[in-house]
Ligand binder design. Structure first.
Ligand code: SF4
Ligand code: SF4
Length: 66
């Protein structure tokens, strides 16, 4: 069974630096029209936590689900 992950962006903390967009190996994240990170391909997320770890503003939480 495929594992599923959720990526929650706290938009009030996100400053749109794009580090998470650049580091994600699966291109899950993009900057939206407000220049905030947004998970646009969440089904491709492999739960590596790199986005969470790279964010300087602790705006990202990666969650595991079934
Ligand atoms: S690394 Fe953090 S602050 Fe930078 S764009 Fe991503 S969520 Fe926003
Ligand atoms: S956990 Fe990994 S694969 Fe998922 S969005 Fe973050 S960097 Fe991308």
């Amino acid at each position: 069974m495929a594992e599923r992950f959720g990526v929650v962006i706290d938009k009030k903390w996100c400053k749109g630096c794009g580090l998470c967009v650049g580091i994600c190996p699966k291109k899950v994240l993009e900057l939206d029209e407000q220049v905030k990170s947004e998970p646009v391909r969440i089904d491709d997320c492999i739960g590596c936590h790199q986005c969470e770890n790279v964010c300087p503003d602790f705006a990202i939480t990666v969650k595991e689900s079934e």
